[in-house]
Design a protein around this ligand. Structure first.
Ligand code: PBG
Length: 334
C-alpha cells in the first residue's frame, strides 16, 4: 500500500469525481439557463419580409410583423429580453443622424409593437447614431471627420428619450462618448422615466469582430475605410476598461457590458471581481460568424455554441447578448 498523503496522489485522484455523471453534476459550478440569454434582432421597413444576412448564416433582418412572430417564440421559450437594431435606408441617413430620434422611426415603432404584444418580454434599444449617419460613425463629426463628444451626447439624449417614450425597458448606449450615461440618466429622471434601465456598453473595444454586424445594418458601406479608434477602446488595454466601468456606474448605469465576448473574458473577470454589479457580455457578430462557418463546414461540432456561452458565464457574465439565443433556448427547453 502506498502511503496516503492528504492532498497528494493517490489520496487526491481528481478523476474520481469525474467518473460518473451524478458526481460531475454535483460539482458543476456554472449552469447556462434561458435566463442568461438576450436575443439581438435586426429590424427592416416593410411587411412580411425576412432578409438573410450573408455573413451571419441563420440570422435574418425582419419587418415588424415578422419581428412579432420572433418575439412570440422568444417569449414562449422564456428568453428574458431582446435587443433591437434597426436598419436605416440610405436615403434616411444624414450627417447629423436626425432619424435616430424620430418619434415614429423604425426603432420606436418596433419597440411599441413588441411591448404591446408581449409586455413581459424585455426590450432593449441601441443608443448610437451609426445606423442613421451618412458617414457610418456613431456620432456627429466635424470637418475632419472627428466624432464630436458633447454634440453627440445631446443627440443621444434625444434618441434615448424617444426610445423610452416608445416603451423601451432598457436603453443601451453603444457609442462610447464620454459623459453620456450621466446625461441620459438625468434626462430620463427629469422626464419621469424613472424605471428605464441603462445598460452601458462600458468596455466596448474597437474590434474587427463587428464586421458582419455592419453588413447586417448596412453601416459598413457608409463607414468605408473609416474606423472608430477615437472612441472605442484599444484591444490592448484592460485597466482602461475598469476606468470606463467606474465612470458609467458613477453616472448612473444599472448594468455594464463588455464587448466583444470570447477574446475579452479576462476583462469580464476583472470587471465582475472589482465591481460586483450586473455584468453583461455581447458575443458579437464575428464570434457568431466564425462558429457558424466552422459548424457548417463540419470542422467544429455544434456543441461549441453552448460551450462558448458557458465559458462567458463562467468568466463572470450575468447575461449574454448572443445571436444563438433562440437556438440555445430551444435546446435548453427540449
Ligand atoms: C453600433 C453597434 C455595433 C455593434 C452593436 N452596436 C457596431 C459598431 O460599433 O461598429 C456590434 C454588434 C455585433 O458585432 O454583433 N453602435
Amino acid at each position: 500500500m502506498p502511503q496516503i498523503v492528504p492532498g497528494q496522489f493517490p489520496g487526491a485522484r481528481p478523476r474520481r469525481m469525474r467518473r460518473d455523471e451524478f458526481s460531475r453534476r454535483l460539482m458543476r459550478e456554472t449552469v447556462l439557463t434561458v435566463d442568461d440569454l438576450i436575443q439581438p434582432l435586426f429590424v427592416i421597413e416593410g411587411q412580411g419580409r425576412r432578409e438573410a444576412v450573408e455573413s451571419m448564416p441563420g440570422v435574418e433582418r425582419l419587418t415588424i410583423d415578422e419581428l412579432l412572430r420572433e418575439g412570440e417564440e422568444l417569449a414562449r421559450l422564456g428568453v428574458p429580453a431582446v435587443a433591437l437594431f434597426p436598419v436605416t435606408a440610405p436615403e434616411a441617413k444624414s450627417l447629423d443622424g436626425a432619424a435616430a430620434y424620430a418619434p415614429d422611426g423604425l426603432a420606436q415603432r418596433a419597440v411599441r409593437a413588441l411591448k404591446d404584444a408581449f409586455p413581459q418580454l424585455g426590450v432593449i434599444t441601441d443608443v448610437a447614431l451609426d445606423p442613421y449617419t451618412s458617414h457610418g460613425q456613431d456620432g456627429i463629426v466635424d470637418a475632419d471627420g472627428y466624432v464630436l463628444n458633447d454634440e453627440t451626447v445631446a443627440v443621444l439624449v434625444r434618441q434615448a428619450l424617444s426610445h423610452a417614450e416608445a416603451g423601451a425597458d432598457v436603453v443601451a448606449p453603444s457609442d462610447m462618448m464620454d459623459g453620456r450615461i450621466g446625461a441620459l440618466r438625468e434626462a430620463l429622471e427629469s422626464n419621469d422615466f424613472i424605471h428605464t434601465r441603462i445598460l452601458a456598453y462600458s468596455a466596448k473595444y474597437a474590434s474587427s469582430y463587428y464586421g458582419p454586424f455592419r453588413d447586417a445594418v448596412g453601416s459598413a458601406g457608409a463607414l468605408g475605410k473609416g474606423n472608430k479608434y477615437s472612441y472605442q477602446m484599444d484591444p490592448a488595454n484592460s485597466d482602461e476598461a475598469l476606468r470606463e466601468v467606474a465612470l458609467d456606474l458613477d453616472e448612473g448605469a444599472d448594468m455594464v457590458m463588455i464587448k466583444p465576448g470570447m477574446p475579452y473574458l479576462d476583462i469580464v473577470r476583472r470587471v465582475k471581481e472589482q465591481f460586483a454589479v450586473p455584468t453583461f457580455v455581447y458575443q458579437v457578430s464575428g464570434e457568431y460568424a466564425m462558429q457558424m462557418a466552422a459548424i457548417r463546414n463540419g470542422w467544429l461540432s455544434e456543441a461549441v455554441i453552448a460551450e462558448s456561452l458557458l465559458c462567458i458565464k463562467r468568466a463572470g457574465a450575468d447575461g449574454i447578448l448572443t445571436y444563438f439565443a433562440r437556438r440555445v433556448a430551444t435546446a435548453l427547453r427540449a
